[in-house]
Design a protein around this ligand. Structure first.
Ligand code: K2U
Ligand code: NI
Length: 183
């Protein structure tokens, strides 16, 4: 199982690389890795497992964060209506997005960043994502709000981008135009 010991922290070159596309159909090894990434999120949100294995709660994780420079992400998050978004995806890409922007009221964090980095992280509010799921099926997702933000945070990891790259250096708490989303 993946634990925090497997999570690489900022400064690791892999977090600043552009991850390689996964050759499809995915190998058994890539499928296993992706399933373990999703299981990590399940465990990290489980009260007993997270305490037992000292896991930081996660709502998303990207393969570069466990030192694997491949375009694979897992997401496990509920939106404000309690709808669960549970995905383990190969080669996710944002195919379109809203002009309107959004940001988390509480800012963002990262499993690979062991420090608070205050400030608003401007992102697109709505995105359309195409990807291949762990079983090799093409999927298309229309996302908004927190799920949209999580996907953008994870896809950023595949391109070597960290959440704080988006924060306004001069004035981190200058409200971006767009909607504020509670966490
Ligand atoms: O990629 C990661 O480091 C996982 C982040 C994902 C994230 C996405 C959007 C905004 C903030 C973080 C971790 O889940 S950080 C921990 C966390 C847990 C619950 C809610 C927000 C952040
Ligand atoms: Ni992150």
């Amino acid at each position: 199982m993946i634990t925090m010991n497997d999570v690489v922290r900022e400064g690791a070159p892999v977090l600043r690389e552009r991850a390689e596309a996964v050759q499809l159909p995915p190998s058994e090894e890539d499928r296993e890795t992706l399933k373990k990434m999703h299981q990590f999120l399940v465990n990290s949100q489980d009260p007993e497992m997270s305490v037992k294995y000292n896991l930081r709660p996660g709502i998303g994780i990207a393969a570069p964060q466990i030192g694997i420079s491949k375009r694979m992400i897992a997401v496990l998050v509920e939106d404000e209506d309690g709808m669960e978004y549970s995905h383990a995806l190969f080669n996710p890409r944002i195919v379109s997005h809203s002009v309107q922007r959004a940001y988390l009221e509480g800012g963002e964090g990262c499993l690979s960043v062991d420090r608070e980095v205050p400030g608003f992280v401007p992102r697109y509010h709505k995105i359309k994502v195409k990807a291949v799921d762990v079983d090799g099926q093409e999927i298309e997702l229309k996302l908004k709000g927190l799920p949209s933000i999580v996907f953008q945070h994870e896809i950023d990891h595949l391109n070597g981008v960290m959440f704080y790259d988006h924060i306004n250096k001069e004035n981190p708490f200058e409200r971006p135009d767009g909607i504020s989303i509670g966490r």
